[in-house]
Write a protein that binds this ligand. Structure first.
Ligand SMILES: Cc1cc2nc3c(=O)[nH]c(=O)nc-3n(C[C@H](O)[C@H](O)[C@H](O)COP(=O)(O)OP(=O)(O)OC[C@H]3O[C@@H](n4cnc5c(N)ncnc54)[C@H](O)[C@@H]3O)c2cc1C
Length: 489
């Protein structure tokens, strides 16, 4: 069918830009671009609503920034691994619950470290001496107070500035918060973890917009058996074409034509673009006609950060039985964080997670050198550590399928970029973590945008078919509520 359409311009016109009578004979169709959580959620919803769905995915696997690897003989996540918000408010909770996937809670609500609290950890200085727990707690409180002070700076200054600049103003004004020696290094470690949350350095994060994200209640839970089962379940029965990198999207008022790198062409009533922000920024996909200026500006202005995982598999466990280990240093760049997978999952694995500039620098190394780098950090605190028997290294920044880990607000840019990224352009709908106004940078955020884009798409296409209300109930029905959408650009 595909090639017949390609070789027959008349048929192609009829299908793509064709007459209404013909359209009414066939069922509504959509091409979903990108098989991460957002794209899979959208495809699932529209498939269930009797749309003809084709999902085009550039990689040879689905999941995108959800990437559970099984090469160690057990699951480890190279991308997302936490469910942020372990509560019924999380739109993924019903599915994860039904699948019986266990979670390991690493923190309750409102922790200064976001996904960890200070219950089970060990921080060390560069000489391998453990930092007293009382000092860590005390500095944590100071860090929280310093962040509260930055809020006053935000109110006071008209112009935006970086988090780092705001911190330095706070330290100028409140010398009592200035710390020396080990306490200073612990504060840098807190900053390092905050930078990890945004996958970006504090000198690039916007003071005005850094806290736009809404944290769901219930704290943070690790997906002990990996995230992939969630993707696999949602993807069941969907027509997914792997190794189909989209390079061009042509849109007309009543149809879209999508071209892939391998020379194939697909036609449908609408398309949902669920590729990462980094891919849109790199203009790997050509849009015809070009996207409106407000959309292009939003793509250019929203930041995309880098966080990576270097996963070290050891023969035996030789480290303390805590949830995470850390190395404090004079700068946040020099600090380290290791997630201990032995505690939640029973595997002799430590996950080193650099972010921002450090992650970028490590991406320049070979896998072996990157694993060595992580191991060297570990040796600083555990000099007798035995070498890993296997390792895995992620490269979310350089991978052409992601070109970044997740989005964040950079200094001096408008606050409504996520919304602008989300708003459809004719029969082009957008989904993905960077289009989530409330839950950016997260798996549940990506899922929600997929559901929203599917509902927008369904309404628009059925409106043209004159069939609203005749097919399925609204995609927004429980458990995935879709809020009203209103925008002003
Ligand atoms: C290291 C790391 C840790 C993280 N930790 C967490 C966490 O613990 N909890 C959490 O909630 N979130 C976490 N996140 C964020 C979370 O993974 C993402 O927000 C979410 O998975 C993004 O889903 P998405 O569908 O928007 O994008 P993606 O998952 O990136 O999906 C986009 C898809 O588009 C495909 N694609 C790209 N270009 C093309 C093209 N030209 N044509 C066709 N297909 C294309 C890609 O291959 C990909 O499959 C983490 C991310 C990283 C990188």
């Amino acid at each position: 069918m595909e090639s017949r359409v390609k070789s027959n311009p008349q048929l192609r016109r009829a299908l793509c830009y064709g007459n209404v009578a013909r359209q009414q004979e066939r069922s509504p169709s959509v091409i979903v671009i990108g098989g991460g959580m957002a794209g899979i959620a959208a495809a699932r919803a529209l498939n269930d609503a009797s749309f003809q769905v084709v999902l085009l995915e550039s990689r040879d696997r689905v999941g995108g920034r959800i990437h559970t690897d099984y090469s160690f003989g057990f699951p480890v996540d190279l991308g997302a691994s936490w469910l942020h918000g372990v509560s019924k408010e999380n739109p993924l909770a019903p599915l994860i619950g039904k699948l019986g996937l266990p979670l390991y809670r690493t923190s309750e609500d409102n922790s200064v470290l976001y996904d960890h609290d200070l219950e089970s950890y060990a921080l060390f200085d560069m000489d391998g001496n453990q930092v007293p727990l009382e000092l860590v707690t005390e500095v944590g409180k100071i860090f929280e107070m310093v962040l509260e002070e930055t809020d006053k700076i935000r109110q006071e200054f008209g112009e935006d500035m970086s988090i780092l600049r705001a911190l330095s103003i706070v330290f100028e004004r409140k010398p009592e918060f200035r710390l020396e020696g080990l306490a200073h290094n612990v504060l840098q470690w807190y900053l390092c973890r905050m930078e990890g949350w945004f996958a970006a350095d504090s000198d690039t994060i916007s003071l005005k917009n850094w806290d736009q994200e809404e944290l769901l209640p219930g704290g943070h839970g690790l997906m002990v058996r990996g995230y992939l089962p969630v993707i696999r379940t949602l993807a069941k029965g969907i027509d997914i074409r792997l190794q189909h990198r989209v390079t061009k999207i042509v849109r007309r008022y009543n149809g879209v034509k999508v071209t892939t790198e391998n020379g194939k062409t697909f036609f449908a009533d609408a398309t949902i673009v669920a590729v990462p922000l980094g891919v849109l920024k790199a203009k790997i996909i050509e849009f015809e006609p070009k996207l409106p200026d407000w959309k292009e500006a939003a793509i250019a202005d929203l930041g995309v950060g880098i966080e990576n995982k270097i996963i070290l598999h050891f023969k035996n466990v030789f480290w303390p039985n805590v949830e995470f280990l850390g190395v404090v240093a004079e700068t946040s760049y020099g600090c380290s964080y290791f997630l201990n997978l032995h505690k939640p999952a029973g595997h002799p694995v430590l996950v080193y997670m650099p972010a921002g500039q450090l992650a970028k620098d490590i991406e320049k190394l070979s896998d072996e050198a990157a694993a060595n780098f992580a191991f060297t950090q570990l040796k600083k605190i555990l000099p007798d550590a035995s070498s890993p028997i296997q390792y895995l290294v992620s490269r979310w920044g350089r991978d052409i399928n992601s070109l970044g880990s997740y989005s964040y607000d950079t200094v001096g840019k408008p606050h409504d970029l996520y919304e602008r990224l989300r708003v459809p352009v004719d029969n082009l709908f957008f989904a993905g973590e960077a289009t989530s106004v409330l839950y950016m940078g997260s798996v549940h955020g990506a899922f929600t945008t997929g559901m929203m884009a599917a509902e927008d798409c369904r309404m628009r296409v059925l409106e043209r078919y004159g069939e609203i209300g005749l097919l399925q109930p609204s995609l927004g029905q429980e458990p995935w509520a879709v809020p009203l959408q209103i925008s002003r650009l």
